[in-house]
Design a binder for this molecule. Structure first.
Ligand SMILES: Cc1ncc(COP(=O)(O)O)c(C=O)c1O
Length: 420
């Protein structure tokens, strides 16, 4: 059993100094409110090239804040890519809007104007353009389309914090950008999320909404922070090899599920039961955000380097589609391998036996999910992607390049090719 040299499905990315900030905030009683919040908003806005940033307790809470600050008429249609994180259209539905789904490109999993335009009606209020897995969608063209049709543009940048298109950060092309700082993303802040906007009215409304929102208790914020830190620790490749990895191997041996989180309808039911609401970003999260801003660009560059190694080794592997890099500044928050759904688990199990954990996708074909089945437009899609055909690989820079090469060769061997 490969105990040393095993690689987790996600390596939580906390910057150096995070534990000190956590302990310091608890001792100094600065977990909930404090000066780091405004400083982080200012510095993140400056880094993004937006006028204002406002934080929230998660990406989904940030989306709720975005929708309420945007103030579309109730009942308005909002266009989402059909293949996405399904909590986002559910947030819109719970707030009284009508999610409408458009196709995605099967190479990039992103939607462009050619998919969006036919879904625009006189009830359309907004589009949520999504940069899935860390690859930018054709956002300049989408922005042009929404401008021409006089509809609002929001960007889901949960997977794309730090992605630039022609030098401009995603999240700044439309009215509002939405970010997630969850532990599975590239810029975790012990959880959290944010919106970015350069529209004064939206900013004013967001500030007013947050003023009235209830901050979680210091205990709840601290508990969450320690749990994220523990996940950081357990996902260091050296620690993972002697803790979670043997547990996963045992599960594989016993034919048990491999610790996958709830997806699809189950995820949506859990979300609805959680009584979702807008909660503010805390001072402790902002302290981590400030550390992250100094670190995130080089982190993304490291992920890009590791992804490049893998993509180079998988070019000639039949039946496996590595992420398309044509659109430019991909940061590979997730590195999705696409393959025959009947073979996905076989590859996953083979990789695990060779020391590489991987992840099934949390993204879903939303029109198949219960809350959206009655939408008028759900039945006319042409090419729904299959979540069962995706295996997500972690390429974060904490993984040495030698391991990335061993991973590439393990996939090649599985496919019956010679190693390189
Ligand atoms: C594409 C996408 N958007 C939004 C979110 C919501 O982020 P959070 O988990 O911080 O609520 C996620 C979470 O996985 C996501 O994958």
């Amino acid at each position: 059993m490969a105990i040393i040299g095993s690689v987790p499905r996600r390596c939580v990315n906390l910057p150096p100094g995070s534990l000190m900030k956590l302990v310091g905030s608890v001792i100094g009683k600065k977990v909930q409110d404090g000066p780091a919040i405004e400083e982080f908003y200012r510095k993140m806005a400056n880094w993004l090239g937006a006028s204002r940033v406002f934080g929230a307790a998660s990406g989904r809470s940030a989306f709720q804040l975005a929708l309420e600050a945007l103030g579309l008429e109730k009942g308005a249609e909002i266009i989402f890519p059909v293949f996405t994180f399904p909590v986002m259209p559910l947030v819109a539905k719970l707030l009284g809007y009508q999610p409408v789904f458009c196709d995605v490109d099967l190479q990039t999993y992103n939607s462009g104007p050619e998919h969006i335009e036919s879904k625009i009606t006189d009830k359309t209020g907004a589009v949520l353009a999504t940069h899935l897995f860390g690859q930018p969608c054709p956002i300049e063209q989408i922005a042009e389309l929404t401008r021409q049709r006089n509809i609002r543009l929001m960007e889901d940048c949960a997977h794309a914090c730090g992605v630039r298109v022609n030098g401009q950060q995603v999240g700044t092309f439309g009215d509002i950008g939405i970010f997630s700082f969850a532990e599975g993303k590239n810029m975790p802040c012990f959880g959290g999320g944010a919106i970015a906007t350069s529209d004064d009215q939206i900013a004013e409304r967001a500030a007013a909404i947050l003023k009235d929102a209830k901050m979680p208790t210091a205990d709840a914020i601290t508990k969450k922070a320690f749990s994220v830190w523990a996940k950081w620790f357990l996902t260091r490749p050296s620690v993972f090899g002697t803790t979670a990895y043997p547990a996963l191997r045992l599960k594989l041996l016993l034919g048990q599920p491999l610790m996958d989180s709830a997806v699809g309808n189950e995820l949506l039911e859990d979300f609805e039961k959680s009584n979702p609401q807008i909660s503010p970003f805390s001072n402790l999260q902002a302290e981590i955000g400030l550390l992250q801003l100094d670190h995130i660009d080089s982190f993304n560059e490291g992920a890009r380097r590791n992804a490049g190694i893998l993509t180079g080794m998988l070019k000639d592997v039949p039946g496996i589609q590595a992420p398309d890099t044509v659109e430019g500044d991909h940061i590979y928050v997730y590195y999705p391998l696409t393959l025959d759904p009947a073979k996905r688990d076989d590859l996953r199990n083979y990789l695990l036996k060779n020391g590489f954990d991987s992840k099934t996708s949390d993204m879903s074909d939303c029109s198949e999910l219960k809350p959206f089945q009655k939408t008028e437009t759900s039945g006319d899609r042409q090419n729904p992607p299959k979540e069962a055909s995706i295996l997500e690989i972690c390429v974060y820079p904490v993984i040495p390049q030698t391991e990335m090469r061993r991973l590439g060769n393990t996939i090649r061997t599985w496919a019956g090719l010679v190693t390189v």
